[in-house]
Design a protein around this ligand. Sequence first.
Ligand SMILES: Cc1ncc(COP(=O)(O)O)c(C=O)c1O
Length: 356
Amino acid sequence: MNLENLVRENIKRLAPYSSARQEFAGAAEIFLDANENSFGSPLAAGYNRYPDPLQLEIKEKIARLENLKTTEIFIGNGSDEAIDLLFRIFCEPDLDEAIICPPTYGMYKVSADINAVKTKEVFLTADFQLNVQYIRKAFNKWTKLLFICSPNNPTGNLMRRAAIIKIAKSFQGIVVVDEAYVHFSGEGSMINEIKNLPNLVVLQTFSKAWGLAGLRVGLAFANEEIIALFNKVKPPYNVSQIAQEAILEAFKNREKVEKTIAEIIFEREKLIKNLSEFSFVKKIYPTDANFVLVKTINAEKIYKFLLDEKIVVRNRNSVEMCAGCLRITVGTPEENAKLLISLEKFTTKTQRPQRF
Ligand SMILES: Cc1ncc(COP(=O)(O)O)c(C=O)c1O
């Protein structure tokens, strides 16, 4: 892979914005360089100063944990920002292509569409694994990105690591492995592979296992050259001061994250067992995530019934390969119990003999 050949011409030529906080990041007494409001704000905490554009304190923590350099980490406004940046860095609008493997996370296609990039769909196999042969056939000289979601949303399963590595080795473009749900799986991350695979970008997020979806903080891991491109293209202050402070605070309580993951996995297994006892459940797909994909005999009816019960699940009935499916996030023990009671109600109602 030659990175030079992959990057868009305008991005190669781009003179990136240099923010005040990038030009001077040292200790001074008076900051009159960024047109901030020196008088403060209506908030006691202030927030009148721009945040660190490169979020170095957070990166140092993650780098230590993952045995990486800070320059191998990008932090974004959710991993959705990283997905969008990948298109903006690598894909020439109306010319280049990206491969996605449906059924999968919808933002890959939406981001591609926003950036006027054609997507080629290589559907997963019947057991929701990568179709390596067809993916390889789909590559051409315009294919710049391949998105692999593992564990996959909405199916829940991990993709085989050997298959990902095999594909990455034979592909001249960038292979993006989205690990939003990896912390709920038995398998480790592919982050350590970025040293061996120069075209690998691994995405993770604070929105799932860390429980911090409201902060909007996501991560991309890749070699220094690729991360430098992310930094070149991203908006100057893409992660807010509040978000950066909250992430640093969250690092002080990593035990809570570990505990929550264990609880979610425990609840997930209980939920699977309980759901499998309903007669309307045709299949529960194996999951490595914090949700389960459940194939039912009538997804629309169950979905609407649950809404009347004030419970929202994700209706995936109209998604190709997911007909009849509902995607159910694992909730707290109380939430799961309420869900099961409502589903019990649904069963009794639909099984009640008709009166003539
Ligand atoms: C597979 C996958 N990737 C990325 C995201 C987006 O994550 P973030 O909240 O970091 O933007 C989601 C959100 O549901 C997801 O399912």
